[in-house]
Design a protein around this ligand. Structure first.
Ligand SMILES: Cc1ncc(COP(=O)(O)O)c(C=O)c1O
Length: 567
């Protein structure tokens, strides 16, 4: 699966079948299956697939087998995979991921897997015994011959629902092939030394990315970013003390909710969702309440794409010997975050945002003062217990089962980031968002946050007059792009575009074109609805008959939730 490298890739994701060539081996399927597949393959062909029959040496294809196929090629007997590559070349498809194999035997299925086919389908003909046999060939699915066309339409066809798209939501992100491949690493027992070695490598790479020395600690958790937030908050406050929470968006509010659920008393410093937290207000709150033990602040409030002045806040808190806990979930990797000597003691983060890994691995980085604090805080949770993780690490172990594939993915993503260079990643994010800012202005879209406070990856934009979010969302989704709803105080009147992940600038160009069309379509649909309603009202006045406004003239847009007519 390629990452979002070109507009052509995105168009192919949005429009094309994922499997372009279905192959079968002559002599592999029993006559009854061949006959049943004939009508099924006809449907698949109508949707644009090519069917290729691979004829092994010394096998004569039956007339039915010949009729099943558009192309016939010769190749060695399965499980040798080479005939399938000949089939791919004959169909002029350059990507083995778009090759599918229909197999009635373990050998045929094995050939499909060895070739690297994007789909390996077992065709079951003789009850459960046959299915168990096919299982040994490790197909992706097993179906009866008569079920194949439905499977093709729903999973591999041009109208399939579940497909690769450009994610312009604030994580999880589109990731590179390299990360996808890494996730499929070896099965691994986390109690073996190999896991500890991986952990130590991930730790060293994370420290390099974060720019901290080995006196920092790492707690790696199987969970989403909120698990890291919860572990961090729970470890930051001693008994009977308070947590000052900076709140200007839903994630600041979430930090406060977590603290309250853990039984920690909260003091809040608030600002509007579109305004950064004022460091002077934090300093004043600290001066007023000596029981405050730590300050918690979100670096990048993804609610609106706003950056909080974490360095200023941390310096003020450190001067009062107060620990600082930062949610850097959507900033680490993309924004400048200076940790060493900054006064920041805890950093909560996750693999699947600006680090370009996959969901499932969250983590907390702790300075030496943060680590010391964690041992003084009450053990408020069993699973999210920072000292528990650190103790286990000391014995080269882990307290709970880690999300091994997500950790594989995280390591590959960190390698990628270090190969690219952290500074280069920052620059690339800034270039991408600068391009978007320019394009948004031309489209008349207005960001809700002042330029000086905006992040390098998230834009919260006012929905233009007459544009309904659901319609806009569905229009760009048809072209292969996912935008995100507004959140927080301006939820109903804004939407968000986020450029996290493995995205090339060219792809953003494709998105802007799509967005322009989507905005025009959403405005037209809305105008049509208004006109229809007005016409209905006029008819009512003229005839004195009650006429209900009819639905807008536009067609359905294939989205998740239909918006009400008009708006
Ligand atoms: C700043 C911030 N904090 C916390 C979270 C929560 O992360 P998760 O959904 O992985 O639990 C998010 C998610 O978008 C976020 O952007």
């Amino acid at each position: 699966m390629p990452y979002a490298d070109t507009v052509a890739t995105v168009r192919s994701w949005a429009e094309d079948r994922s499997i372009a060539v279905w192959t079968l081996f002559a002599g592999d399927l029993p006559p009854v299956a061949q006959a049943a597949l004939a009508t099924e393959l006809e449907r698949v062909r109508k949707d644009g697939a090519v069917v290729v029959l691979v004829v092994p040496d010394d096998v004569s294809p039956t007339p039915v087998e010949r009729r099943l196929a558009d192309v016939v090629v010769r190749g060695p007997m399965p499980p040798a995979p080479y005939g399938l590559l000949v089939a791919l070349a004959a169909a002029d498809v350059p990507d083995v991921g778009r090759l599918g194999l229909l197999g009635g035997s373990r050998d045929a299925l094995e050939a499909g897997r060895c070739a690297g086919a994007g789909a390996v389908i077992g065709i079951a003909t003789n009850g459960p015994g046959n299915r168990r046999l096919l299982l040994k060939g490790q197909p992706d699915r097993i179906v009866e011959p008569g079920e194949f066309a439905d499977l093709d339409a729903s999973v591999y066809g041009s109208e399939r629902r579940h497909r690769e798209r450009v994610l312009l939501n604030p994580g999880p992100t589109v990731v590179s092939d390299r990360v996808h491949r890494a996730v499929a690493g070896p099965d691994l027992c986390h109690r073996e030394p190999e896991y500890s070695e991986i952990f130590e490598r991930v730790k060293a790479k994370l420290f390099r990315v974060a720019g901290v020395e080995p006196d920092w600690s790492l707690v790696l958790i199987a969970g989403s970013g909120t698990a890291a937030m919860e572990a961090m908050v729970g470890a930051s406050v001693r008994p009977g003390r308070r947590l000052l929470v900076c709140r200007n968006g839903v994630y600041g509010d979430r930090l406060a909710t977590i603290a309250e659920r853990l039984g920690i008393e909260v003091v809040s410093v608030k600002a509007a969702d579109t305004e950064p937290i004022d460091p002077a207000a934090v300093d004043a709150a600290l001066a007023a309440d000596p029981a405050i033990d730590a300050v918690a602040v979100v670096h990048h409030e993804t609610t609106t794409g706003l950056l909080n002045p974490v360095h200023e806040i941390a310096a003020l808190a450190a001067a009062r010997d107060v620990r600082v806990a930062v949610d850097a979930i959507s900033s680490l990797g993309a924004e400048e975050l200076r940790l060493a000597g900054s006064g920041i003691d805890f950093v909560a983060c996750t693999s699947n945002k600006c680090l370009h890994g996959l969901p499932g691995a969250a983590f907390v980085l702790l300075s030496s003062a943060g680590t010391a604090r964690a041992y003084l805080a009450p053990r408020r949770s069993l699973y999210l217990d920072v000292p528990g993780y650190l103790e286990a690490q000391r014995k080269s172990s882990v307290p709970f089962t880690p999300a091994v594939p997500a950790v594989y993915g995280l390591e590959a993503a960190l390698d990628e980031l270090l190969d690219e260079g952290v500074d280069h990643r920052h620059t690339e994010y800034r270039e991408r968002v600068a391009y978007l800012d320019f394009a948004f202005e031309r489209l008349g879209l207005e960001p809700t946050v002042a330029a000086a406070d905006r992040s390098s990856s998230v834009r919260s934009l006012r929905l233009p007059e007459g544009v309904d979010y659901e319609r806009l969302h569905d229009a760009v989704k048809r072209d292969g792009y996912i935008v995100y709803a507004g959140l927080g105080q301006a939820a109903g009147t804004t939407f968000r575009v986020c450029t996290l992940g493995a995205l090339e600038l060219e792809v953003l160009g494709g998105f802007i074109e799509s967005l322009g069309r989507g905005l025009a379509e959403a405005r037209l649909v809305n105008a049509a609805a208004r006109l229809t309603a007005e016409a209905a009202r006029a008819a009512q006045v003229m005839t004195g008959v009650s006429a209900a406004p009819s639905a807008p003239a536009a067609t359905a847009t294939g989205g998740r939730r239909r918006a009400a007519a008009g708006g």
